[in-house]
Design a protein around this ligand. Structure first.
Ligand code: JFZ
Length: 417
């Protein structure tokens, strides 16, 4: 069988999880906010005056920055513009129902008050506050579920973490000791000190063994039985499958619960010079495309070193939220629709209704579909007044709408019996 390009087996959904009711809130939510934030937002893609290629949070590896140099960044980390309430309000405005925040990324810097190392935002920076505590409280206040990203294998700071080949000699490292004495205590901290955690978003299960993955899953279940783990725990133990970054399968994948993690520009961690922002239309179409094929969309923001969210991210998320406000009925909790594989539209469905998301509006306003048994067509966006009619003829449905697309991004029609 060809290698699965979208859901690598070891990063797939554990057998049986696609029937697990613990995922029901997640299947309803469809749309989440990823937050990649750390000391890498200080260099922001530039090191010693040189633009470092690749995603911003990987600058330490890409530039092979010695730990002693990279650690100094913490002394300058003072994100005075960080506003947890603003972040959560932005997620709500966008229509995102859960947040996944980087508690510790591959660089090993901990964005929460950990007792396992002083290399964290409370003890190592002039800021000195536990930003995760503020975020968890804001999520609790605003009814947004909080997930935590945790790099359980790659740690370019810890002497026994994986991946730093420029400061350490891998043959002298003890990864099992790292898991036992550092990873497990930290996973216990993030699941004990910040209220209900909806997801632990493990990542890059490079050298983790089936036993280590299982023991981390057991730890999560023991501390917070309702907490999900993503597909990157490793060894196919995830509660859902995690697609490659920014990857959308070309076809329906109803057999698994899955999620596409994605960026608004080309980086997860903030980069000064990454201005390649996807359009709001593209972002909405990605969301629709993913949901029409059975997945969730986890869309990222990368705050800068002061804790401010890039304006282009804010603008796009607010515009997505306006579209979701009018059309969310066709997204939240929706299942893949009966019309698949058509380039000009996507479909989702709920009991009693099929939703037709039209990407390419025809100049005549006329659309011909296979007869899926619908007798009535109506706009999901209740503010739309343009005429819309449906006729069944010769095994086809013929829709007649206005000559101009009623929505600049995606126009959504509800088809009912
Ligand atoms: C990982 C991280 O390395 C990256 O920094 C970011 O956090 C992203 C969300 O996750 O990047 C990956 C991990 C796995 C794949 C691709 C990029 N994959 O499975 O192809």
């Amino acid at each position: 069988m060809p290698a699965e390009p979208y859901f690598k087996p070891e990063r797939g959904q554990r057998p049986g999880a696609n029937q697990d009711p613990r995922l029901d809130w997640w299947r309803q939510a469809k749309f989440g906010m990823f937050i990649h934030w750390g000391v890498y937002s200080i260099p922001a893609g530039v090191w010693n005056g040189e633009h470092i290629p690749g995603i911003g949070e990987w600058i330490m590896l890409r530039a092979e920055i010695p730990i002693k140099e990279y650690e100094q960044l913490a002394l300058d980390f003072n994100p005075v513009k960080y506003d947890a309430e603003q972040i959560v309000q932005l997620a709500k405005a966008a229509g995102q129902k859960y947040i996944v925040f980087t508690s510790k990324h591959h660089d090993g810097f901990c964005m929460y008050g950990t007792a396992q190392t002083p290399y964290n935002i409370v003890n190592a920076t002039p800021y000195g506050e536990d930003i995760l505590k503020a975020l968890s409280e804001a999520c609790e206040r605003e009814g947004i579920k909080l997930g935590l990203y945790y790099s359980q294998t790659q740690d370019w700071h810890h002497p026994n973490g994986y991946g730093n080949t420029w400061d350490y000699d891998e043959s002298e490292q003890d990864f099992n000791d790292y898991v036992e004495t550092f990873v497990k205590p930290q996973v216990a901290e993030i699941l004990s000190n910040y209220g209900p955690i909806a997801i632990v978003w493990f990542d890059t299960p490079r050298i983790i063994s089936p036993r280590q993955s299982q023991e981390l899953l057991d730890l999560v279940r023991e501390l917070q039985p309702e907490c999900l783990v993503c597909g990157r725990l490793g060894n196919q133990l995830g509660d859902y499958a995690t697609a490659q970054d920014n990857a959308i399968p070309p076809e329906l994948r109803a057999e698994v619960d899955w999620e596409t993690p994605a960026t608004i520009n080309d980086t997860w961690g903030y980069k000064t010079h990454d201005h390649n922002w996807k359009s709001t239309t593209q972002l909405i179409r990605n969301l629709v495309d993913i949901v029409s094929k059975g997945g969730n969309y986890l869309l990222n923001i990368g705050p800068d070193s002061e804790g401010a969210i890039p304006e282009p991210s804010i603008e796009r998320l607010q515009e997505m939220g306006q579209w979701m406000e009018a059309n969310g009925e066709s997204i939240y909790g929706a299942n893949p629709g009966p019309l698949q594989g058509l380039a000009w539209c996507r479909s989702t469905q709920e009991p009693g209704a099929v939703y037709l998301h039209i990407f390419d509006w025809s100049r005549s306003g006329r659309f011909v579909l296979p007869d899926i048994g619908a007798g009535t067509a109506s706009w999901v966006d209740q503010s739309l007044e343009a005429p819309l009619s449906l006729m069944r003829k010769g095994g086809q449905l013929i829709l007649q709408g206005p000559r101009e697309a009623p929505n600049e991004h995606v126009s959504v029609i509800r088809l009912t019996k």
